[in-house]
Design a protein around this ligand. Structure first.
Ligand SMILES: [Zn+2]
Length: 347
């Protein structure tokens, strides 16, 4: 409904399809009006992305929706949360009943009365029901979990009053899976070069498989981070990754763009919001090259260990997380609302 209204506002007054009884509603007089609004909303989103791409100067063709899909806002359908039956009105006197296969996992959400129903999306092979929850109040941090995101792990520091310990969440498989699927796609393309249709289909299947395998692992890592932060009532400090890619060589760029750190951060952030864990994003510039003791910035970021002329040495990733934490604290002093003040970091 909301997106529908936003779309309507952009249209000039006399446009016939903007909700009046001419244009599309006149062509489909018995169609449930809410569905038309949702359809406009979905189309509006696609157009918005198209416009953005044009503004950025990215080559793209006029969007064309091939995949069958339907979206209904929560006023436009009914879900019996006990039986898992969706009642979807199509037009006057015509309802469709969808029987969901409800597992224990689904039960958890269906039975939770704190969750209200959001939109319903119907795709050829699945039905997606969104749940809404009022974001819980963020807990006041009693400790900090500062994390530096690397290719194979999240490394960081957990600081509680005056004790700091190094933490690491490893996901070595992500990079391996990506490399393997990349190689496999390449092989497929070469092997099926005579038939583009088959090659495209096989590659798409490979891509979906890769996506699922990686997503699963990222969720596991994010769950581990959030459950620690929730138990210890920590604030999580992460790098702000906006605009981090620069002009480097092609292979490294591919690796960086493939590596789903932003995806991992997104997952951590929404899970944190869901659980009421505060997340602080800080500028990661020079975090891997700076000495947290004397403040010298080194030229190189090579090697597993960070060594400074002043005598400080530490695992490079942990060192970066100390710098992130210090940035977060100094931002807090400038009014960023960060209250935990750890007194000491490990030597
Ligand atoms: Zn130093």
């Amino acid at each position: 409904m909301r997106s529908g209204q936003a779309f309507k506002r952009e249209l000039p007054r006399e446009t016939p399809c903007a909700g009046s009884r001419t244009g599309i509603p006149a062509k489909h007089p018995r169609m449930y009006a809410q569905h038309l609004v949702s359809a406009f909303g979905a189309a509006g989103c696609i157009l918005k992305n198209y416009r953005k791409r044009i503004q950025r100067g990215v080559a793209c063709s006029v969007p064309y929706v091939k995949r069958l899909m339907m979206k209904a806002e929560n006023q436009a359908y009914k879900l019996d949360r006990r039986s898992g039956i969706i009642d979807l009105p199509i037009r006057a006197g015509c309802h469709v009943e969808l029987r969901l296969i409800v597992s224990q996992y689904h039960r958890k959400y269906l039975d939770d009365t704190a969750l209200s129903l959001g939109s319903l999306t119907i795709l050829p092979h699945r039905v997606i029901v969104a749940f809404r929850k009022d974001a819980p109040k963020l807990h006041a941090p009693e400790s900090v979990l500062s994390l530096d995101t690397n290719e194979r792990s999240l490394d960081g520091l957990f600081v509680e009053s005056d004790v700091a310990s190094a933490v690491r969440a490893e996901f070595p498989e992500v990079a391996i899976i990506q490399q393997r699927h990349h190689d496999r796609r390449r092989r497929l393309q070469k092997k099926k070069a005579h038939d583009r249709r088959i090659s495209r289909n096989l590659c798409r299947r490979e891509g979906a498989r890769e996506h699922h395998r990686i997503e699963y692992r990222l969720h596991e890592v994010a769950n581990a981070v959030i459950s620690l932060a929730e138990d210890q009532r920590s604030a999580v400090v992460l790098e702000d990754l906006r605009g981090i890619r620069s002009k480097r060589n092609k292979v490294l760029n591919r690796r960086l763009s493939m590596w789903p750190r932003r995806k991992l951060h997104q997952i951590i952030e929404y899970k944190a919001q869901w659980k009421g864990v505060p997340v602080i994003k800080v500028d990661p510039r020079n975090s891997s090259r700076t000495c947290p003791i004397c403040g010298r910035i080194q030229d190189s970021r090579m090697g597993a260990e960070f060594k400074c002329e002043c005598g400080w040495h530490l695992d490079r990733h942990i060192n970066a997380s100390i710098n992130l934490l210090q940035t977060a604290i100094s931002n807090g002093r400038d009014g960023g609302g960060f209250t935990v003040q750890p007194r000491r970091v490990p030597a």
